[in-house]
Design a protein around this ligand. Structure first.
Ligand code: CO
Length: 296
């Protein structure tokens, strides 16, 4: 009982301090009062492919149209891509650099929106970074938005968006294979879960990963088992960059196109990233909207 009371004292003192400063309007930081200033930080893995950049420009436009009064910043989590771009004179921030910049520019409320597909290791690193800035107390509020796939509602909207990407020329006997990134992270389970739900609507839709289950070997045997002769290959990544061009549609022997061709399955490819498709962008925007609601 006594122990409990002792532990409560600092918390009570802190609460009183907060109440006093809130009611008197006295700010604790050397008398400087910060005008409320909200900013958005969009965080993606990044791309060094100039063509794929169009996908991010699309999101940038949509976010600015939805929140015209809120400044929008970008950060790339991939160090390799940032370094590659820096050599071309394009300087992209890491999340830490962008948040430091926003602190310097006197933002008080920061909505960090992940543009990742799943909450894998990139997202978890971002969670730690946001937590670090939160504990430093440089912003009044800093909140991180979910990636594309977080809730069941996201899964349902994503299934619809995926089915909407399938070209009209596709015959119902032809398979559709989406190439996700895939990961060793436990969040990889989102891909087969999504495939299960997509197959309730279209049994010949498959969702695989370059680096996670189901991989192309499994998909190839499923397609053979269903006597599929033709497949449509579509990226399930925010941009149709390096993985889409080489691992999916490339002419090398280990590309998905070549592997399926080796099993007698003719492939058509669609080169489009999910960030170019409004149905996906709207899901990310809905998560950003939830974050901004915290600041109301
Ligand atoms: Co990769």
């Amino acid at each position: 009982m006594k122990k409990m009371t002792n532990r409560l004292i600092p918390a009570i003192l802190a609460a009183i301090l907060v109440l006093v400063s809130a009611t008197t309007g006295v700010a604790a930081h050397h008398g400087t009062y910060k005008e409320p200033k909200t900013g958005i930080l969009l965080v993606t893995f990044g791309t060094s492919d100039p063509g794929a950049q169009a996908a991010f420009d699309n999101i940038d436009r949509k976010v600015k149209a939805a929140w015209p009064d809120i400044p929008v910043y970008w950060a790339y989590t991939s160090r390799i891509i940032r370094h590659k771009l820096a050599k071309q004179g394009k300087h992209l921030d890491s999340p830490a650099m962008a948040l430091a910049r926003m602190a310097e520019e006197q933002f008080t409320h920061v909505a960090v929106q992940s543009l990742h597909t799943i909450a894998g290791s990139e997202y978890h690193d971002l969670t730690k970074m946001v937590g670090g800035f939160k504990s430093m107390g440089v912003f009044n509020r800093i909140v991180l938005g979910y990636p594309l796939l977080a809730t069941q509602a996201d899964m349902e909207k994503t299934v619809d968006a995926l089915l909407g990407m399938i070209p009209g020329e596709r015959d119902k006997q032809e398979a559709v294979v989406f190439m996700g990134h895939g990961t060793h992270h436990p969040a990889n389970a989102f891909y087969p879960a999504l495939m299960f739900q997509a197959q309730q609507q279209d049994p010949l839709v498959f969702i695989g990963g370059v680096e996670g289950y189901p991989e192309i070997g499994e998909i190839r045997s499923w397609l053979k088992g269903k006597q599929v002769k033709t497949a449509w290959l579509i990226p399930f990544m925010s941009v149709a960059g390096d993985h889409a061009k080489n691992d999916m549609a490339g002419d090398e022997a280990d590309s998905w196109k070549s592997i399926l061709a080796g099993a007698g399955i003719e492939c058509h490819t669609v080169m489009k990233g999910t960030a170019e498709v409004d149905a996906f962008v709207n899901i990310w925007l809905s998560h950003l909207e939830e974050v901004l609601h915290h600041f109301d």
